[in-house]
Design a protein around this ligand. Structure first.
Ligand code: SF4
Ligand code: SF4
Length: 382
């Protein structure tokens, strides 16, 4: 395993971090985590040098308004390990009062079976309500939690704009690490590679989420993208292209991967063992640029499958609708409504959307969900 210093936190972080938002599950219910398999995956990861484990209050829940099971499961499993670093995230979208901060932090501490959280993130700060959470006492709370030792390093995550990120960094000088999305398709937005460079220049840690864009970068690529990759002399598979794009950059400290199987843990660790700063040639970078250009021509919906928009009060399975739509666009054949119907019960399909727009403020990708669902509905002719 390779390690990079997580900015001013001083933590020597494994370049691969274990994300726990997609743990293996026993059935379709995200709360029914396969504990045995998770334990085996964690054990293998730790034995092979992974020392960053990332969770959040709302990972593995059926309803984002209530805490999920990832945090207590990871707290229990990691209780027996030394020399690992846990990061967790407090939902920023629920913050309305100063009482919320302390009550929620107490929950985190209890669920993780600890007195102090090493990497504490304010989760997914958005442009639309940043001022509100600031006014609710965000920075007074972080000051208090740092000084009484309940958190060691103050961190935040965002899918917001570059301007928002800059504002957050300007407003508070005790941030030590930022979690942000980056991959070879989305490096110009939300908040993008420029933001990662800025964070790094400020000597803060950089952690990356969505390296595989919710699995899309390792799924079926359209023929034009396959052809572009095949121009390379590299023997990289799609997973290698996605991870190596990130590990190539000195500004990237730790890449989180939400791993769902033992096989994924093994594959990811094997890749991390061979990764290094500057590993990509100019030709490699040109290939990835051409791949991005091909994808832009397809104009698909940039949904990462994070589930933050769920549940929809009218039953629509939003991420699944988008996934089926995107997958269908990846095929060069004409559309296939059979797969859509097969994977989605009628009550969960896009046509059930009433355009109430309740979900849209929750989407970190700022997708106009109701408009896109209309596109899905029209595409599949439902
Ligand atoms: S806009 Fe549509 S998908 Fe979103 S919550 Fe309303 S009905 Fe559900
Ligand atoms: S629509 Fe947005 S919030 Fe919903 S799953 Fe996709 S990316 Fe996540």
């Amino acid at each position: 395993m390779k390690y990079r210093t997580l900015g001013k936190t001083g933590i020597k972080a494994s370049i691969l971090g274990f994300g726990t938002m997609r743990l293996p599950i026993l059935d379709e219910n995200p709360e029914h985590v396969d504990i045995k398999q998770t334990e085996a995956m964690v054990e293998y990861a730790v034995d092979n040098g992974v020392n960053i484990f990332d969770t959040a209050l709302v990972y593995h829940t059926t309803d984002r308004a209530k805490p999920g099971v990832s945090e207590p499961i990871i707290g229990e499993i990691l209780n027996g390990y030394d020399n690992i670093h846990i990061s967790t995230k407090m939902p920023s979208w629920n913050i309305t009062s100063w009482e919320y901060f302390d009550d929620t932090l107490d929950k985190h501490l209890e669920r993780l079976q600890t007195d102090s959280i090493e990497l504490f993130f304010v989760h997914s700060i958005k442009d639309s309500y940043y001022e509100d959470i600031k006014n609710a006492g965000l920075y007074e709370f972080v000051d208090r939690a740092l000084s009484d030792g309940r958190i060691e390093h103050a961190c935040f995550s965002t899918h917001g704009s570059y301007e928002l990120l800059s504002q957050i960094l300007d407003d508070y000088d005790k941030w030590e690490c930022v979690l942000s999305q980056l991959n070879y398709l989305d490096y110009e937005e939300n908040p993008g590679l420029e933001a990662i460079k800025k964070i790094h220049d400020l000597d803060m840690g950089t952690m990356i989420m969505e390296p595989l864009r919710g699995g899309q970068l390792v799924g079926n690529h359209p023929k034009s993208v396959e052809d572009t990759f095949s121009k390379s002399d590299r023997n990289y598979n799609y997973l290698e292209w996605a991870f190596n794009y990130l590990w190539d950059k000195e500004e990237v400290n730790c890449v989180l991967s939400g791993m769902s199987s033992f096989q994924q843990v093994k594959e990811n660790i094997a890749l991390a063992d061979n990764a290094d700063v500057g590993m990509l040639t100019d030709e490699d970078k040109q290939i990835l640029f051409e791949v991005k250009t091909e994808y832009e021509k397809l104009n698909n919906i940039p949904c990462t499958g994070c589930n933050y928009c769920m549940p929809c009060p009218f039953g629509v399975n939003i991420p699944k609708c988008f996934k089926e739509y995107n997958m269908d666009l990846l095929q060069d054949d004409s559309f296939n409504s059979v797969q859509y119907k097969f994977h989605l019960h009628e009550d969960r399909q896009a046509h059930n959307c009433t355009s109430c727009r309740k979900c849209e403020s929750l989407c970190p990708q700022s997708i106009h969900i109701s408009d896109e669902l209309k596109k899905v509905e029209e595409h599949f002719g439902m």
